[in-house]
Design a protein around this ligand. Sequence first.
Ligand SMILES: [Zn+2]
Length: 301
Amino acid sequence: MTHLSRRDLMGAAVAAAMLPRLTFADPAASRPTRYIAAYDTESPACLAACRQIVAVHKRLEMPATFFITGTTLQANAKEYKDLLADPLFEVASHTWSHKLLRDHPLCGRAASPDEQRQEIFKSKELIESVFERPCLGLRPAVGFDNAFKGAPDLLKLVHEAGYRYVSSLLWGPDCSMPALIEPPFHYGPDGFPGLWELPGHGWHENLLKDNNRWGARRLTLWPSPMPKGIPADFVKTPHDEFEVNRVFLEAALETKKPHISLIWHPWSLNGFDPQMKMLELTFNHARTLNLTPSTYANLLP
Ligand SMILES: [Zn+2]
């Protein structure tokens, strides 16, 4: 063992103090938390909404992932190409026509195996032919509280179609809201180690505003793992919505999560806040917190 004098140690300490701020802790802990703006683009009303949304993203140079259904893209392919071909944006699949890929206790029964194949394959093919770049991700309609775990037939189709990730974990335990801030994982335990799950977090914002006209529902857990993320009532203003969002952004940062991404729908955002004030408040806060703006594709290992 080399003997170090007190002078050597002091010299090393001074040299270390002069270095830029370095973290010697667990490298995973020093990785930045990514902020991912993402949109489930799924109905005719989404086109006008996306025009507003894209303008905010370009102005603030904020990347985003647009998950889009095949039928929505097919109806206005040129318009969507003009809007979303910008390198700021990732375009990924939100299935062909929003049919369910698994049973969901609040949203309905899964489509047939043949329909599932179409939902998974056809949207990817259309996105790739319109945008002339690979479609890496699939966000299934509505999402699930167990992601695609224990669904080998579904995972096989997703793998066969050539996706690199799914974003299907979009509910909290026992199909509750909000979806907790879960980190990515791969489907190795189900036999597909190269296929990643990149979860979404927080509320399906349409439910926060009662935009589905569900009214009061049994949606939250008790006791809640995230009581601060549950507002006392439907949000009424863009600022109310931002106050919910900031809870998730700040919690992701404090707990050193790899990413935070809220579950947004253009049709619902535009109906509530056509000026997209909430986007601006949220993006500015993400920057203030030093979250790293990203897309889902950029989160892949
Ligand atoms: Zn959807």
